[in-house]
Ligand binder design. Structure first.
Ligand code: TYD
Length: 205
């Protein structure tokens, strides 16, 4: 099973991705985007570098380039070997950040995403929904990485556009995307995430 976690900065994805991967068992592969391959990590470094000024389209292409590497070299082989894969962010982050928030044409975002992943789409995507002020508080409370700063420094209106885009994605693809309330303590949210995966996951472990 291929599961992705999505949400605004500070929604708690990374924590929930770790807990989910642990709950699915030791063979589960936990990944985060961008990264996970030698080229992907170099691209992550470039995208994190606050001194590198990128146009929105170049930013879009670099995220998709890192994703193409990750899909081809890591995700497809793992799924083919029967492993579960949990990925912290995937195609929907590009739709929400580069499409919804940066305003790049949706068709361009869609076609670059498709070029990067082909038919390797998640079986289930969990969107962690958290009120903007709460998310900003959580994001500010952790050690911010430069890449987060690049997006967090855009301010609350930018985060609101991202959140709205995730809601739109969830409404458009209810079979794949489930919105989970990310307020409350970590364990509560984890229980909601497991419930959102459906009975199969808890029964066959
Ligand atoms: P990261 O430090 O991993 O933050 P987070 O823990 O919030 O995921 O940085 C990822 C940042 O990159 C995050 O602000 C979202 C952004 N991003 C995009 O804009 N587009 C994408 O396609 C992806 C994967 C991430």
């Amino acid at each position: 099973m291929f599961v992705t976690l999505e949400g605004v900065d500070g929604a708690g994805k990374s924590t929930q991705a770790q807990l989910l991967a642990a709950a699915l068992g030791p063979e589960t592969l936990l990944l985060r985007e961008p990264g996970g391959t030698p080229a992907g990590e170099r691209l992550r470094g470039l995208l994190k570098d606050a001194d590198v000024d990128l146009t929105p389209r170049a930013e879009l292409m670099l995220f998709c380039a890192a994703r193409a590497e990750l899909v081809e070299r890591v995700i497809r082989p793992a799924l083919a070997a029967g492993r579960d894969v949990v990925c912290d962010r995937f195609v929907d982050s590009t739709v929400a950040y580069q499409g919804g928030a940066r305003g790049i044409d949706r068709d361009l975002v869609r076609s670059l995403n498709a070029a990067a992943v082909g038919d390797c789409m998640p079986d289930r995507t969990i969107v962690l929904r958290l009120d903007g002020a709460l998310a900003a508080g959580r994001a500010a409370g952790r050690c911010g990485s430069p890449i987060s700063d690049r997006f967090e420094s855009e301010g609350p209106a930018f985060q609101d556009r991202i959140a709205a885009e995730f809601e739109r994605i969830a409404a458009a693809e209810p079979g794949r995307v489930v919105v989970v309330d990310a307020s409350g303590i970590v364990e509560e949210v984890h229980a909601r995430v497991l419930a959102a995966l459906g009975p199969r996951r808890t029964e066959d472990r």
